[in-house]
Design a protein around this ligand. Structure first.
Ligand code: CDP
Ligand code: CDP
Length: 224
């Protein structure tokens, strides 16, 4: 039954994971969990408390005490730390640049993965997007998608998105450089690096629009 499905979507930044995951959640009436937002929320709290990523003990304590929760709004999911709405704050450039360093810490990942698995256990159907969902968080997911696109295509998407939303934006060239740097960091780290699960379906969306990607995934769901 589609409402019982567990779907894992992994891939690099701006490959379309969160947009596609939200569409699937709506279409299949299942829960969406943005695991990147959890690492961003932790990074937001650490920067606020001035806890350096090198101070692993303090970051770990912060991560285990951190109360992150999501609230579904009509238009978008809101992210809260304690009772503060951090939905917009966690998307800021300073967070984006710092998040990989905090998310590379093993003890932090263990805590986040536990929280993610607990959420999956408490719901029936769920779609999660991140870097390690198919490999670590939900190794028994019914469907695993590895969504990717060239760094150029991804930089163009972020650029268009920033302009569309009226955010200040780096140049296209800088966005591409930042994307490559974060890809490297996320793929080279020792703990749960970004990589394809052996049983994941790879979709290169460089030349696909969102509808094409969604339809491709629906085809796979129908095969289950
Ligand atoms: O939206 P974008 O792809 O730029 O990033 P995100 O999904 O919000 O994730 C931000 C960062 O969190 C990533 O660059 C990873 O370093 C980390 N992350 C992770 O390590 N594991 C996950 N499951 C999700 C995110
Ligand atoms: O979650 P992730 O960082 O992987 O990517 P996203 O935030 O879902 O997508 C980044 C931007 O690219 C969004 O503005 C999407 O609408 C856009 N996008 C697109 O135009 N075509 C695709 N095939 C995928 C994403």
């Amino acid at each position: 039954k589609s409402e019982d499905l567990q779907i894992a979507i992994d891939g690099p930044s701006a490959s379309g994971k969160s947009t596609i995951a939200k569409r699937l959640a709506e279409r299949l009436a299942i829960v969406y969990l943005d695991t990147g937002a959890m690492y961003r929320a932790l990074t937001w709290a650490a920067l606020k408390e001035e806890i350096d990523a090198n101070n692993e003990k303090a970051v770990t304590e912060l991560a285990s005490a951190l109360k992150i929760h999501f609230e579904a709004d009509d238009s978008k999911q809101q992210v809260f730390v304690d009772n503060e709405n951090v939905t917009n704050a966690i998307r800021r450039d300073e967070i984006t640049r710092a998040v990989s360093a905090y998310s590379a810490i093993k003890t932090v990942r263990d805590i986040m993965v536990d929280k993610q698995r607990l959420i999956a256990k408490q719901t029936t159907g769920i779609v999660m997007d991140g870097r390690d969902i198919g490999t670590v968080v939900l190794p028994d997911a019914d469907l695993k998608i590895y969504l990717t696109a060239t760094p150029q295509a991804r930089a163009r998407r972020r650029y268009a998105e920033n302009n569309e939303k009226g955010y200040s934006t780096e140049s296209l060239a800088t966005l591409e450089k930042d994307i490559k740097a974060r890809d490297n960091y996320d793929m080279q780290r020792e703990q749960s690096p970004l990589k394809q699960a052996s049983d994941a379906i790879v979709i290169d969306s460089s030349d696909m629009d969102l509808n094409a990607v969604e339809n491709r995934i629906i085809e796979e769901i129908e095969k289950l």
